[in-house]
Design a protein around this ligand. Structure first.
Ligand SMILES: [Zn+2]
Length: 437
């Protein structure tokens, strides 16, 4: 026995049914649900015998006695009235404007057409009859189309912003004009997000470009309080918060910078893999074959990388002048160093010696473990937890003055590493944040 329940006010029905009855009843139920005055995306089907249901326990997701049933196939027929090409990161995305249809209590007037390849492959024209589907929170999309009587091409050949002849990049349509203001805005927006200035959304960035003549990340770093206050909607507090976030983003991981160049298929994670192998300066002079040798970079990415690094060379120079760069290679070098731990009362704070460690060819560690290479003690003859542990583990022990007398390591990339910026925590933000229409 099953029981269909809907406790929300306005849905009067609650019925019990066998499994077969349930299947038969379902189309009628969905029709009634669609008529509800609020959006719904599914029903929960529960076992009627509550006591028995309770004995079944839970899976990781739901109690075994009930299951959520999402509606996936709600489709409606409409007519494609217009296709608007909206600017996204590096490309123009087709958005369908359709005659309004209601799906699951929501009036749909727009649907995504994904990319130019999809429009061409399915021969979609303005004036066609289209079937629109909406599943859950996903942007509605067009599943089928039938030629209409009067149909017009949906694909454009010139940029709606700057009138430049558009080009194809894989399945996408793109404006190749580096001065195109919409393309610049979208690229700058992606760059701003990649270096972690999260408060700076599209409307503000657009205003900055229009009112303050901002063109690049460097321009953003040069903004002062007065500039930001001159933008509509900013008050003392909000201007200060934004400025603080911009200032924080000045220390940039090299992989964030590389990802900020918007090379197709090179997001934060791939950028980091690349820069662990090859520092940015070297990367800029590398050819396709050298780049293809890096794990995770195939011929396609290598080609795109060479093209973008060349095209954006000036931008990159400008950026490198504006930010403090933190190198992934240096991190890797630092991680490879032997560890040192400090113990005993020393003339300076512990952090002073820990910061000094890379100059002496060591990485600071907190505790005495089997992997520790060296214990530096204020008094090597004293006895204490760390010292005793090191002695019994056979770890080398050195007096502080001897450690300080060690020669500095020359050309150690790790020594130049700047402190971890707080933005580091956001490094693994999913990249789909930057997608969408
Ligand atoms: Zn353009």
């Amino acid at each position: 026995m099953g029981e269909l329940t809907r406790s929300t006010a306005g849905w009067p029905s609650r019925c019990s049914a066998t499994r077969r009855e349930l299947a038969e009843y379902f189309p009628d139920l969905t029709a009634r649900i669609e008529a509800l005055p609020y959006p719904t995306d599914g029903v929960v089907i529960k076992l009627a015998d509550r006591e028995y249901a309770a004995t079944l326990g839970n899976t990781a997701h739901h109690p075994r006695g009930e299951i959520a049933f999402k509606f996936t196939n709600i489709r409606r027929t409409s007519v494609l009235r217009k296709v608007v090409w909206s600017f996204g990161k590096n490309c123009l995305t087709p958005v369908a404007e359709i005659d309004p249809v209601e799906i699951g209590g929501v009036t749909i007037t727009h649907a995504t057409l994904h990319n130019v390849q999809n429009v061409l492959d399915r021969d979609i024209h303005v004036g066609d009859t289209v079937e629109v589907e909406r599943a859950g929170d996903v942007i509605p999309y067009i599943v089928h189309s039938r030629p209409g009587e009067n149909r017009f091409p949906a694909v454009i050949d010139r940029c709606p912003c700057c009138d430049t002849l558009l080009v194809r990049r894989g399945p996408e349509l793109a404006c190749p004009n580096p001065e195109c203001s919409e393309t610049r805005l979208q690229n700058l927006l992606a760059a701003v997000r990649n270096i972690g200035i999260e408060r700076l959304g599209e409307p503000t960035l657009r205003k900055m470009m229009e009112v303050l003549g901002v063109r690049t990340l460097k321009d953003i770093f040069a903004l002062n309080r007065g500039d930001i206050l001159s933008l509509e909607g900013f008050k003392d507090k909000s201007a200060e918060n934004l400025l603080a976030e911009i200032a924080k983003a000045r220390v940039v991981n090299d992989y964030q910078l590389l990802a900020a160049l918007n090379v197709p298929h090179i997001g934060l994670n791939v950028a980091r893999l690349i820069l662990r192998e090859m520092p940015l300066a070297e990367l800029r002079n590398a050819d396709e074959s050298a780049l293809s040798g890096i794990a995770g970079v195939g011929p396609e990415r290598a080609k795109a990388l060479v093209r973008v690094l060349r095209e954006q060379s000036d931008f990159l120079d400008e950026l490198l002048n504006a930010v403090r760069l933190r190198e992934s290679r240096a991190d890797a070098a630092l991680a490879a160093l032997p560890t040192v731990c400090f113990t005993g009362k020393m003339p300076e704070k512990r952090s002073f010696y820990e910061a000094l460690a890379p100059r002496k060819g060591f990485r600071a560690a907190d505790a005495v473990t089997g992997e520790l290479a060296l214990l530096v003690a204020a008094d090597v003859n004293a006895s204490g937890g760390k010292l005793n542990k090191a002695r019994s583990a056979g770890i080398r022990i050195m007096a502080l003055e001897d450690f300080l007398a060690l020669p500095d390591v020359e050309d150690n990339g790790a020594a130049a590493a700047v402190p971890e910026p707080e933005t580091e925590k956001k490094e693994d933000r999913p990249e789909q944040l930057f997608l969408g229409i």
